[in-house]
Ligand binder design. Structure first.
Ligand SMILES: Nc1nc2c(c(=O)[nH]1)N[C@H]1C(S)=C(S)[C@@H](COP(=O)(O)OP(=O)(O)OC[C@H]3O[C@@H](n4cnc5c(=O)[nH]c(N)nc54)[C@H](O)[C@@H]3O)O[C@H]1N2
Ligand SMILES: Nc1nc2c(c(=O)[nH]1)N[C@H]1C(S)=C(S)[C@@H](COP(=O)(O)OP(=O)(O)OC[C@H]3O[C@@H](n4cnc5c(=O)[nH]c(N)nc54)[C@H](O)[C@@H]3O)O[C@H]1N2
Ligand code: SF4
Ligand SMILES: [Mo]
Length: 701
């Protein structure tokens, strides 16, 4: 591991500072950073200059990625609920209780009454063990994780169109693209190191930039065209672009013929989406749509970049399929710097999916319904009769828990009490369970409902791998010991399995777990720790001598021919009406991370955005006689919150935006739990709310 760990210096006799190369815990960019450790504490974080993503830079979260690690309120001992209160216990007692109760529930009401939520914050090895625990030990396919709330539409949509749900290109290829179509991705805020690549290409090489986003995001400043659609109308404008491209003969006929199928049906469906018709649905002026279609189709190396604005809808899969159609129609996939790039969010959400922490697949997207696949896993795991029927998704798990069908739930590294839609209903579900285990680094809002809380080691306190958004499998490394008695997730999960009487989960290190993953997973077949130095390998990497794959679908699609799958426009599930007259969209800010467990414990970040706010357009504010900083009540059909107003033209008139990081004014009390019928992803990006003033004539009402 030359160059990976080094001694920075020796001070004051015994004191020494060590510097260790690892991977950022926050977003899917997967920047390489060094952590400096002194006397069991992390004292600094610095970018790796040679790393292919970070190249000497980090965003503000990366620079401050260590503060929460040192926090005094980290969980340090297991907690067990006694007489309604969580009390400290020893590991033996806690692990015995967890295994005994989960086995009892499985025996009494069947394996389907158990469910498991894995974590995109934890390593590949830990996700693999969580899915092995669910399937091999408890015979349940009810395992899922936050990808359901995130890129489930991508996994379904791109898999059907191309044969793989992953980002097609590498981050470093961005700088050579000629054209970017960025939609539903606030790239500079949520994937800053990718955002800067786009800006570099626009500034230095005059690459064209089309931004299709209802909000006035930062990238708009650099864009040639801003298509400002109404939320939830994406199928319509994408079909509209394809209509123009076909009408003007700009489609790639040879590519379509040689590499795709289903074109005739697509042509038929998009015929109706003339620019004039699309303008009516989306509000996008026809001439801007036509200009965008021409630029995208005529560019040689064009990239589509998208994220939650596309996926988090009841039509999430249709949205993704439509973008895939657009790319295939113009021959813009399967080449360097040319493709369809869903930016994966969490540091290891790509990996958690790859590891099969999903209800329908084992590692590497191998179906649980396939007998041969099951037999392969049964042989290596030393078990018989693995369950063949797909399990429940996150959203279904909470529905079933409310109905009493799911009775035992084991959650690692997720905080659904704040992150799932319609939180009031989620909290009822959590209360309804017979037994809830939460394994986290802090006592999260979800952990407050637990019967047992298990203290986990954080990213700086263990070894393992994360897979970033460009499919790069890279190492994280232990810089310090975990606080108190906290243990690495992989050790805890193995401990539970052992106490259930299962002998097939004894490992001496995460590297040994990776060897088992490689044995069972063709796309990870060549992954071994010694090959991951210093900056990892991109899957597919099927064998020990394979160099990894920078871009996908070269020459042929993973599924053979690319499949056109036309979609028709369907409106969002809940649109504003007379009573709930504003459209609410939710999302994130640069400074914070999801439910805030880490960034709100990081003073440098928390200082910048210390509290929740609702963005309101100046004309709406004037009409309602509301001033900036004033508290208002925002209500939906599901609940209400009190929150300060921020007046800004970032949102459109009639629309409001709330970041979901703040428990005091939790956006998910308001959101709509309606889901896409196949991907089961909730529609976080559209629901209807009303806004009421709380101060009238100097009185709080
Ligand atoms: N700072 C920070 N960075 C993060 C995260 C974080 O919490 N904080 N989370 C990470 C995770 S897990 C994820 S998934 C990513 C998410 O990254 P993004 O998807 O970039 O983030 P969001 O804020 O959810 O919203 C995306 C964009 O969708 C737009 N949008 C809203 N409605 C629509 C619509 O109907 N159509 C279209 N086309 N666009 C729409 C919004 O205006 C916004 O610009 O970020 C990752 N990075
Ligand atoms: N309204 C609204 N809601 C949304 C979204 C939205 O756009 N709008 N976006 C959705 C999306 S895309 C996502 S990805 C989800 C995210 O939803 P969650 O995954 O539930 O949110 P996080 O806050 O990232 O939760 C991660 C948890 O892991 C813990 N943790 C960190 N490191 C470790 C570790 O090493 N081990 C263990 N055991 N725990 C650890 C943290 O303390 C935290 O409690 O939110 C979804 N919710
Ligand atoms: S861009 Fe993402 S991975 Fe890189 S430092 Fe920022 S949060 Fe970490
Ligand atoms: Mo996400």
């Amino acid at each position: 591991m030359k160059g990976v760990v080094c001694l920075v210096g020796k001070f004051e006799g015994e004191r020494s500072v060590s510097r260790i190369l690892t991977t950022c815990i926050y977003c899917g960019c997967g920047c390489g950073l060094y952590l400096d450790a002194d006397q069991g504490r992390i004292i600094g974080s610095y970018p790796s200059g040679n790393h292919p993503v970070s190249r000497g830079a980090l965003c503000v979260k990366g620079w401050n990625s260590y503060e929460f690690v040192n926090k005094l309120d980290r969980l340090t001992k297991p907690l067990i609920r006694r007489n309604g209160r969580l009390e400290e216990s020893g590991w033996e007692e806690a692990l015995d209780l967890v295994s005994r109760r989960l086995l009892e529930i499985g025996d009494r009401t069947g394996p389907d009454s158990l469910a498991f939520l894995s974590s995109a914050k934890t390593t590949n090895e830990e996700n693999y063990l969580m899915m092995k625990l669910a399937r091999a030990v408890f015979r349940a396919n009810n395992i899922d994780h936050c990808a359901r709330l995130c890129h489930a539409s991508t996994v379904v949509g791109l898999k059907a169109a191309f044969g793989s749900g992953a980002m097609t290109n590498s981050i470093e290829e961005f700088e050579d693209a000629d054209c970017f179509l960025v939609t539903g991705s606030d790239t500079t805020a949520q994937h800053p190191l990718i955002g800067s690549r786009i800006i570099n290409a626009v500034r230095d090489r005059s690459a064209a930039l089309i931004v299709a986003d209802p909000r006035n995001i930062e990238l708009v400043k650099y864009a040639d065209i801003h298509l400002r659609q109404k939320n939830g109308t994406d199928v319509a404008w994408i079909n509209g672009m394809m209509n123009v491209i076909i009408e003007e003969g700009l489609h790639a006929s040879r590519y379509i013929e040689e590499r795709t199928e289903g074109f005739a049906k697509l042509r038929e469906v998009v015929k109706d989406y003339t620019p004039g018709y699309v303008e009516v649905i989306t509000g996008i002026p026809a001439y801007l749509l036509v200009a965008s279609a021409r630029i995208y189709a005529r560019s040689e190396k064009a990239m589509i970049i998208y994220s939650m604005g596309i996926t988090q809808h009841v039509t999430g899969v249709d949205n993704v399929k439509s973008l895939a159609n657009l790319a295939m129609l113009t021959g813009h996939v399967g080449f360097r710097s040319t493709g369809v790039n869903p930016l994966r969010g969490q540091n290891n959400v790509q990996g958690a999916c790859d590891m099969g922490a999903l209800p329908k697949v084992f590692t590497g997207y191998q179906s649980v319904g396939d007998k041969e696949v099951r037999e392969k896993f049964e042989a290596v795991w030393g078990v018989k009769d693995l369950p063949a029927v797909p399990g429940l998704t996150v959203t279904e798990i909470f529905d079933r828990a409310r109905k009493g069908d799911v009775r035992g739930l084991y959650i690692i590294g997720e905080n659904p009490a704040l992150s799932d839609p319609d939180s009031n209903r989620v909290r009822v579900a959590l209360q309804q369970l017979d037994f809830l285990v939460v394994q986290d680094i802090f006592l999260s809002e979800t952990a407050e409902y637990a019967d047992v809380v298990l203290p986990a080691a954080g990213f700086a306190e263990k070894d393992g791998t994360f897979t970033n958004t460009e499919r790069r499998v890279q190492r994280i490394r232990k810089a310090i010991d975990p606080p108190g008695e906290a243990r690495a997730d992989w050790e805890i999960i193995s401990g539970v399995a052992e106490r259930c009487g299962y002998k097939g989960m004894r490992y001496s290190s995460p590297s040994e777990i990776m060897d088992e993953i490689a044995e069972l997973t063709p796309i990870y077949g060549g992954m071994r720790y010694d090959r991951l130095e210093p900056f990892g390998l991109q899957w597919p990497c099927p064998s020990r001598d394979h160099p990894g794959t920078p871009y996908l679908h070269k020459g042929t699609f993973a599924r053979g021919k690319g499949q056109f799958m036309p979609a028709v426009y369907i409106a969002p599930d809940e649109l504003p009406d007379q009573e709930y007259s504003f459209l609410l969209s939710t999302g994130r800010v640069y400074w914070h991370w999801h439910t805030g467990t880490m960034t709100r414990r990081t003073s440098t970040l928390d200082r910048e955005v210390p509290e929740a706010y609702v963005e309101l357009h100046p004309r709406d504010a004037e009409r309602m006689q509301v001033i900036g900083g004033e508290e208002v009540r925002v209500s939906s059909r599901r609940g209400n919150i009190e929150i300060r107003v921020k007046i800004t033209e970032k949102v459109k008139e009639g629309s409001v935006f709330i970041p979901f990081h703040f428990k005091e004014a939790a956006a998910n009390i308001l959101t709509n739990p309606a889901v896409d019928p196949t991907a089961k992803i909730p529609e976080y990006k559209v629901c209807a709310v009303k806004i009421e003033k709380m101060i009238k004539c100097g009185k709080v009402v």
